[in-house]
Each structure stands twice: as structure tokens, then as C-alpha cells.
Design a protein around this ligand. Structure first.
Ligand SMILES: Cc1cc2nc3c(=O)[nH]c(=O)nc-3n(C[C@H](O)[C@H](O)[C@H](O)COP(=O)(O)O)c2cc1C
Length: 216
């Protein structure tokens, strides 16, 4: 698949079948994920491939707990960000709920971790830390798309780092950053809905929307 097509149609796929996914495919996708950059090429990442039903169930419980606590907040943030587009919000909510209710059936869940504790200060240190894992996560999502595998980037199961560490048997100095449930999709991929480039790009100075196109 051409890279541009993968990028244009890679989107969150929450509804996946319970059919197994070959280990060889997952490892191939992770090899592509790890072509991503890290600060100083430290490659200070760890990926946990979770297939054990008992561990998937623990992540499912963490996901549902965070959803129950944060559903209202999540909805408010998402509604604001989507510009109050209710129909879209309802669709997302339904899919999030579906995933929460069927989490135990997801065949593979990848947890992307950083070796080390992410510093809170100065902000650039936190930014550099997460910046050393999210390029790999995006590579993984794109590689999954190209392979026709459904994947989602979620963080709800990690709202308690302590409980997530315990569920995964992570030492204190390995930080879980992102959870990527994967499986063969029930529905179709993309295209994604994104705001026009010109609305979010400035020229030379913040707010100079020089690339905004006049409505035709
Ligand atoms: C940092 C981050 C955290 C996310 N956490 C969750 C999550 O916990 N649960 C969830 O269902 N989706 C989560 N998402 C997925 C977004 O909701 C999704 O990518 C967004 O709505 C765009 O959807 P699309 O890719 O289908 O266009 C997360 C995305 C990002 C980038």
C-alpha cells in the first residue's frame, strides 16, 4: 500500500474480531514500529505483546474503570474539540463503549513503554520522553493499516500507572505510555475526518492564517 494511502486511511478501529493474529505479523509490525526515532537513538522502549486472557482481562478492567470515572470529562473534552458535533461524538462514544464491553475478546494488545520514569519538569524533558515513544506508536498504527489489521491508540487503561505496572509486571522504572489493541477489523477503514490544513497552520507568526482558503 502506498504510504500516502495508509496515512489517509489510518484511523482508530475499536471494533475488531476475536480471531487470532499471527505472532509473526505482530513482530513484523513491531520491527517497523522500531524504525522510528528516539532521543539520542537511545531506543529506550519496551513493547509488551499481551495475549494471555488473564492479563487482557486486567487491562479491560482498568479501561472500564477509567471510562466510568472519566466518561463525563472525556465527553466534555471531546465535544469541545469536535466543535460540538453531536452525531460524531455519539458515534465515538458508541465505539468506545463497544470496545470497553468487548475488550476481553481482543486477540492482541500491545503496550508501548519507555524505560525510565518520565520526568514532569522541565516540560521539554517530558516532551522529549514521550517524543521517544509516540513516533514508534504511529509507525505501528500505519504498519497495521497497511497490513489490513485494525488498531487503536488508547490511554484509558493507563490512568493509574501503578495499577497498569502491576497488571503487566512492569518494574517501577518502566513507564507504560500507550495501549494498542489489535485485531482483524469488523468494519472498514477511513477516510479520516480532519480540519482543513489552513485553519491550523500559521505563516511566520502564530495566528497568521496565510494558507486559509476562501470558501468556494
Ligand atoms: C494520546 C491519545 C489517547 C487516546 N486515548 C484513547 C482512549 O483511551 N480510548 C479511545 O477509545 N480512544 C483513544 N484515542 C483515540 C482518539 O479518540 C482517536 O484517535 C480520535 O478520535 C480520532 O479518530 P480517528 O483516528 O478515527 O479519526 C486516543 C488518541 C490519542 C492520540
Amino acid at each position: 500500500m502506498p504510504l500516502e494511502e495508509a496515512m489517509r486511511t489510518q484511523r482508530v478501529i475499536r471494533r475488531v474480531k476475536s480471531d487470532p493474529v499471527d505472532d509473526a505479523l505482530i513482530l513484523h509490525l513491531l520491527e517497523l514500529a522500531m524504525k522510528a526515532p528516539t532521543g539520542s537513538n537511545a531506543q529506550n522502549w519496551e513493547f509488551i505483546v499481551v495475549k494471555d486472557r488473564a492479563v487482557v482481562a486486567k487491562l479491560a478492567r482498568l479501561n472500564r474503570r477509567a471510562l466510568a470515572v472519566g466518561a463525563g470529562i472525556y465527553k466534555r473534552i471531546a465535544t469541545r474539540r469536535s466543535g460540538g458535533q453531536n452525531e460524531q461524538m455519539l458515534r465515538i462514544e458508541k465505539a468506545v463503549r463497544w470496545q470497553a464491553e468487548h475488550f476481553e475478546e481482543i486477540p492482541v494488545v500491545v503496550v508501548a513503554c519507555l524505560k525510565g520514569v518520565v520526568p514532569g519538569w522541565p516540560p521539554i524533558a517530558a516532551s522529549s520522553s514521550y517524543g521517544s515513544i509516540y513516533p514508534a506508536v504511529q509507525n505501528l498504527l500505519l504498519a497495521a493499516r497497511a497490513a489490513g489489521l485494525g488498531a487503536a491508540l488508547i490511554t484509558l487503561p493507563l490512568w493509574s500507572t501503578m495499577l497498569a505496572r502491576r497488571a503487566l509486571g512492569l518494574p517501577w522504572n518502566v513507564t507504560p505510555c500507550a495501549v494498542i489493541p489489535m485485531g482483524w477489523p469488523k468494519g472498514k477503514y477511513g477516510p479520516t475526518t480532519r480540519r482543513p490544513v489552513g485553519e491550523l497552520v500559521s505563516l511566520d507568526r502564530y495566528g497568521n492564517r496565510a494558507f486559509l482558503q476562501e470558501p468556494r
